[in-house]
Design a protein around this ligand. Structure first.
Ligand code: GUN
Length: 295
């Protein structure tokens, strides 16, 4: 590989986990056992794997966790009832509902039903509002927070820089724009958010000192869309059939890695870049929730 240095999310995540482990130990010494509930609805294999990984990591850090797996036929009312029980349970500090949800369940209704003080995903409107207002008492969504933590770890300063975000999702694009607009060394950026209706996407991308691809289109960002020396972050996870292994699939990011590595100054590998950070920030949010509860 030429040029680009790797932003190793795995390494940054390990550092975050170590700090989380110490905070868990401190809580336990005070008699508080941090505990999280993961809800999963339906039989999505990727969701099963993600929840399994979250549970495994939580255990390694000394965080208690329980997975509540509900059938794909679960009604919205049934899920809300189960959520309500966990909202009221003072032994539980964090609640996560794994997305995607079956069609009969509205995402907004579910996000609004989680107690904002247990909303470790940061999807509740109260937490989204706090993020926009720069109020640090909320929970920042995990993937955007993880991206900023990668920048912090590697000493990459976004202040004053041109940041271009591809994708305007509620989980990544929009909250990331809010974080990068906030004051601070991993904020204070000039942020452009591009989406499916944007014009002149390659021209915008070529201006970017930091380019973050979170649109869910395999290898959308080619080498000629990247400014020389730019920081490039690949959030995409698209499963494509593997031509080398019939019947198997491979994960492809939103960035053409080989081309990008010739042009970029810094680049996230995928896998091993943003993915591990999402779990690290989720468990850091869980401990934050437990600390706030303990006072
Ligand atoms: N599905 C994909 N990303 C996420 C996430 O960050 N949180 C939850 N709950 N589900 C997801």
């Amino acid at each position: 590989m030429q040029g680009a240095k790797l932003l190793e999310g795995r390494v940054v995540a390990a550092a975050v986990h170590e700090r989380t482990r110490q905070r868990v130990d401190q809580l336990r010494r005070r008699g508080v056992e941090p505990a999280v509930i993961f809800f999963r609805v339906g039989e999505d294999p990727a969701s099963e794997l993600y929840v399994h990984m979250k549970k495994k990591r939580a255990k390694e850090l000394g965080i208690l966790s329980e997975v509540i797996a509900l059938p794909g036929s679960t009604t919205e009312r049934e899920l809300l009832t189960r959520l309500e029980e966990k909202n009221r349970d003072s032994r539980i500090h964090g609640i996560l509902v794994q997305m995607p949800l079956p069609r009969q369940i509205r995402v907004e209704t579910v996000c609004q039903a989680i107690d904002p003080s247990k909303d470790i995903d940061g999807f509740h409107p109260i937490n989204a509002g706090k993020l926009l207002l720069g109020d640090p008492s909320g929970f920042p969504p995990c993937t955007p927070a993880g991206i900023c933590e990668i920048f912090r770890h590697y000493g990459l300063v976004t202040a004053g820089a041109e940041v271009v975000i591809l994708g305007r999702s509620n989980i990544v694009g929009k909250p990331l724009a809010a974080l990068l607009l906030a004051k601070g060394p991993q904020g204070d950026a000039t942020v452009t958010v591009l989406h499916s209706q944007s014009r002149q996407i390659p021209e915008h991308c070529r201006r970017a000192d930091f380019l973050i691809a979170a649109l869910g289109r395999a290898e959308f960002v080619r080498g000629d869309m990247i400014k020389t020396g730019a920081v490039v972050v690949d959030v995409g996870v698209t499963r494509l059939p593997d031509p080398a292994l019939p019947g198997e699939s491979r994960i492809v990011g939103d960035v053409h890695f080989k081309e990008a590595s010739q042009v970029a100054g810094w680049l996230t590998p995928n896998p091993g870049g943003v993915g591990p950070m999402t779990i690290a920030m989720l468990l850091a949010n869980t401990v934050k929730a437990a600390e706030c509860f303990a006072g």
